[in-house]
Design a binder for this molecule. Structure first.
Ligand code: FES
Ligand code: FES
Length: 204
């Protein structure tokens, strides 16, 4: 704006100077913020891999570190805490889930490697209306748990060995279930539960 002589009016000049003075730091701080966000996005891009996991019949999108196990992803990122972390070394079976129907140790499986597989956890075993799976009901009937920490893994393995045809008698069941440790030693009741559930599962 001019004062009619082509010169800037002093008041206008001072006002615009003040606005400019305020705008410069704002622009600088926006630039810094933008840079910080760019850096954060770069770090995320380096460490995070977006994946989709099909779990219990539903798709779950999650960004994970490529080194993250399926067990940690289920428990810490997706809130599915049914699979338990016992040894985290593939020795106790507490983390057992099904991958394409086969019993698998989720502590030894990378989440990125589970993409495209059908993942079933203990949360997905009961019917939608809450009716227990025959194996879950048989574990209850036979008191096949004490502390219960190993129970989800035991049940997932038990279901898988029946489907695989490895539960025809008590000896087969003991052998097939030997990868699942129970520190409370509820083994006889676990075998009894599997013997009870196996024929019901075949009927189902
Ligand atoms: S936690 Fe996976 S085998 Fe023990
Ligand atoms: S019921 Fe306690 S560890 Fe299995």
């Amino acid at each position: 704006m001019t004062n009619g002589t082509g010169d800037f009016d002093r008041r206008t000049f001072l006002a615009s100077g003040t606005i400019l003075a305020a705008a410069v730091p704002l622009a600088a701080s926006a630039k810094t913020e933008g840079r910080k966000m760019d850096q954060a996005a770069a770090v995320k891009a380096e460490t995070g891999v977006p994946i989709t996991l099909r779990i219990n019949g539903g798709d779950h999108r999650v960004t994970v570190d490529p080194r993250m196990t399926l067990l940690d992803t289920l428990r810490e990122r997706l809130g599915l805490t049914g699979a338990k972390k016992g040894c985290d070394q593939g020795q106790c079976g507490a983390c057992t889930v099904h991958l394409d129907g086969r019993a698998s140790l989720s502590c030894l499986t990378l989440a990125v490697a589970a993409q495209g597989r059908d993942i079933t956890t203990i949360e997905g075993l009961a019917a939608a209306d809450g009716t227990l799976h025959p194996m879950q009901a048989a574990f209850v009937d036979n008191d096949a748990f004490q502390c219960g920490y190993c129970t989800p893994g035991q049940i997932m393995s038990a279901v898988a060995i029946v489907h695989d045809g490895h539960a025809k008698d008590a000896n087969m069941i003991r052998e097939a279930m030997s990868g699942n440790l129970c520190r409370c030693a509820a083994y006889p009741n676990i075998v009894a539960a599997i013997e009870q559930a196996a024929p019901q599962m075949k009927r189902g």
